[in-house]
Design a protein around this ligand. Structure first.
Ligand SMILES: *[C@@H]1O[C@H](CO)[C@@H](O)[C@H](O)[C@H]1NC(C)=O
Ligand SMILES: *[C@@H]1O[C@H](CO)[C@@H](O)[C@H](O)[C@H]1NC(C)=O
Ligand SMILES: *[C@@H]1O[C@H](CO)[C@@H](O)[C@H](O)[C@H]1NC(C)=O
Ligand SMILES: *[C@@H]1O[C@H](CO)[C@@H](O)[C@H](O)[C@H]1NC(C)=O
Length: 395
């Protein structure tokens, strides 16, 4: 914990004393004792995320589907397998650079026998990814993104979005989402690094099986089974949603992939963590809604459908993709790997907009971890504040 973070969570009377001292006499650490100030990504050198898997990330993206009425509309399902993959994007939203520089709309099918126990042809179609008006009573958003899967006469139409970059290496992904619809489908968000060899696949999953009890979520670091079909129990956890929630209700699902560990949260409550087989190498990000009549998904009844609906999706990440710096609205004046301005998307009063936690002194260019106040310029009141921190730490 750095000094400013410490101030942010100071409890009780000491904090008011610190607040008084700081606000009365300390222009230098003016941020201390106050709520951190809203800023924008161009001012952030890195981001510190909150929680048991707290760590630093370089990049931030926020996809907000809550107020897009100009793009809303539910496209009729394409009934024919052959023309499904070639469907156009369902609205101009998916042609906007903000979207298309980051995501691809999936159009592959399972004819390659990817899952040997599939009993139904599954075809992904861009037509199943769309912006939808929220018609629930007292809606918590005007619109959301929907990924649709439906069982048709002779195939299963499905939806997938995949990151254009396969260079993600560590991330914290959060989305406000729900799954609705009939049994026999999977909705999922995961990191993915494919391989022809099952044993070499690297993948951290959050999966909802619509045939399950409605408060059950599956978290897995794949592979969870061997070539011989044996289950690998250490790879997977079944967790119950906290606060009595069902996955049909809006909740913030979060997946943190950090070195050697994947941690999952629902509404800020840690629900699972798996160190076993945590992905090691750069990966894609994928969201999907699908079924293939196999053992994992189950069979969907003809003309039934299920949906993954997302109000917003926010990402903190690192990347090995050389184009990433160009693509992101990153702070221009970086000092090598250093992080002069540490931001947060957790402490913010405005979803999607970061706040500045602290700035490191001009001499602090020693990486994201370097976050001490540069001691050469700490005047007397600073020392008083630091003594109070020390006392606080002892209490
Ligand atoms: C499935 O994919 C294969 C290989 O890409 C392609 O040849 C075939 O036309 C596709 N079938 C459908 C129904 O999309
Ligand atoms: C952090 O992990 C501990 C168990 O190791 C757990 O009790 C606690 O609830 C977790 N914190 C959060 C914010 O989920
Ligand atoms: C799904 O239905 C097919 C026949 O249509 C059947 O062969 C298969 O066993 C069923 N799968 C499950 C998981 O029930
Ligand atoms: C992300 O990159 C920054 C800058 O290189 C580094 O300080 C930080 O530790 C990285 N985060 C993770 C989770 O590896």
């Amino acid at each position: 914990m750095g000094p400013i973070r410490r101030i942010l969570c100071l409890p009780t009377s000491l904090s008011s004393l610190v607040f008084f001292l700081v606000s009365a006499t300390a222009p230098g650490i003016a941020a201390a004792g106050k709520d951190p100030a809203l800023t924008d990504d161009s001012q952030c050198g890195c981001y510190l995320n909150k929680g048991n898997s707290s760590t630093y990330f370089t990049y931030h993206r926020f996809f907000d589907f809550r107020s897009l009425p100009q793009y809303a509309g539910v496209p009729a399902v394409i009934q024919d397998a052959e023309s499904s993959p070639d469907a156009d994007p369902t609205s101009d939203y998916f042609k906007r650079d903000e979207w298309s520089s980051f995501w691809l709309l999936g159009s592959w099918n399972n004819s390659n026998g990817a899952r040997p126990d599939a009993t139904v042809t599954m075809v992904n179609s861009p037509n199943n990814v769309y912006i939808e008006a929220n018609t629930e009573p007292d809606p918590s958003s005007q619109t959301y993104l929907t990924l649709r899967t439906q069982r048709l006469s002779d195939f299963q139409t499905a939806a997938e979005i995949e990151s254009a970059s396969s260079g993600f290496k560590y991330l914290s992904l959060r989305m406000r989402a729900r799954t609705v619809g009939a049994a026999g489908a999977i909705t999922a968000v995961f990191t993915y690094r494919g391989s022809d060899m099952l044993a070499d696949v690297q993948e951290s999953d959050l999966e909802i099986r619509t045939a399950d009890k409605r408060n059950l979520v599956h978290y897995t670091n794949q592979p969870a089974y061997t070539d011989d079909g044996d289950v690998v129990p250490e790879a997977t956890r079944k967790a119950t949603m906290p606060h009595g929630l069902d996955w049909t209700a809006w909740a913030i699902h979060r997946l943190d992939w950090t070195p050697g560990l994947t941690t999952w949260y629902v509404d800020d409550v840690e629900v699972a963590r798996i160190a076993f087989q945590a992905p090691r190498d750069e990966s894609n990000i994928i969201l999907n809604a699908w079924s293939d009549g196999g053992r994992w998904t189950g069979n969907m009844t003809r003309f039934d459908a299920a949906y993954l609906q997302v109000q917003w999706l926010e990402l903190l990440y690192n990347s090995t993709d050389p184009d990433e710096t160009k693509r992101s609205r990153r702070r221009q004046q970086q000092d090598g790997d250093g992080c002069n301005a540490v931001c947060s998307i957790d402490e913010t009063p405005e979803l999607g907009t970061p706040v500045l936690l602290w700035k490191n002194g001009p001499s602090q260019v020693n990486g994201a971890g370097g976050r001490s106040v540069s001691t050469g310029s700490v005047p007397t009141w600073g020392v008083v504040v630091m003594v109070l921190f020390a006392m606080e730490l002892l209490i």
